[in-house]
Design a protein around this ligand. Structure first.
Ligand SMILES: [Zn+2]
Length: 246
């Protein structure tokens, strides 16, 4: 299993810039041929996280790459360089977010991919401060956020007309705090009981579904799903409680 690592170390293709930064061989790093898109802070629960995005156009595909988790000391010095090798050395994690067929000029592609990325993370994190621009500048970034927020607000207002739908009422009675997601005019979500994730609610179809727990169905199935969840939790607590004195 160390053969692969030895080959990597001996590779003559290693970019020169990487020699200037300390890095951990086990940590994924940003590849070569990236173009800096932009960097911004996102709110994740109560923390701000710096996200640094890059575009990589290769073999007819566009890839969105992200580095995040720069520590507090380094993030202030970050404005000096957006070179992938430097950022790789500072970031906690680097990853390819997704890829799509290459289409149009790079600035347009970067804008489309940023929007998909931000939409996909809605409910978990949301950008709150622009830090540095590349393919996307501050005005374009802020306009995208204004448009997205208006869309989410309009969707949530439409979804609220379903607040008396049986599945929404059931979720409320069960203490799952149902709320419109903003992602569509009939999209609601609620807390999956005893977990940190959400269940999806279709207000028009009167159905719920949890992709993690694989539970789904109508209001009756939701009541049964919640009942079983609490019964299981109570059993685990009772079992563990027996070993408390050891
Ligand atoms: Zn679940």
């Amino acid at each position: 299993m160390s053969t692969k690592q030895t080959h990597r170390k001996d590779s003559r293709k290693r970019p020169l810039a990487e020699d200037f930064v300390r890095h951990d061989e086990r940590k994924p790093r940003l590849p070569a041929r990236l173009e800096f898109i932009c960097a911004y802070d996102s709110v994740v629960q109560i923390c701000d996280m710096l996200e640094v995005l890059y575009l990589r156009r290769i073999k007819g595909r566009d890839e969105l790459w992200m580095a995040f988790g720069l520590d507090v000391i380094n993030r202030d010095g970050f404005v000096e360089s957006t070179h992938p090798a430097v950022i790789s050395g500072l970031a906690e994690e680097c990853k390819r977010v997704f890829s799509a067929q290459a289409d149009g000029d790079k600035a347009d592609a970067a804008r489309r991919m940023l929007e998909i990325h931000v939409r996909g993370n809605h409910g978990f994190k949301w950008p709150n401060r622009f830090v540095k621009g590349g393919l996307i500048d501050k005005p374009a970034f802020q306009q995208m956020l204004v448009d997205l927020e208006a869309e989410l607000k309009a969707n949530a207002a439409k979804a609220r007309t379903y607040e008396n739908a049986p599945i929404v009422v059931a979720a409320r009675e069960l203490g799952l705090h149902p709320r419109p997601t903003g992602t569509g005019p009939i999209h609601w979500e609620a807390t999956c009981p005893g977990t940190n994730h959400t269940i999806m609610i279709g207000a028009e179809s009167n159905e719920f579904g949890c992709g993690y727990c694989r539970g789904k169905g109508g209001p009756d199935e939701l009541r049964e799903f919640v009942k079983q969840r609490w019964e299981t939790k109570a059993r685990i607590v009772a079992e563990n409680g027996g070993g408390d004195n050891e």
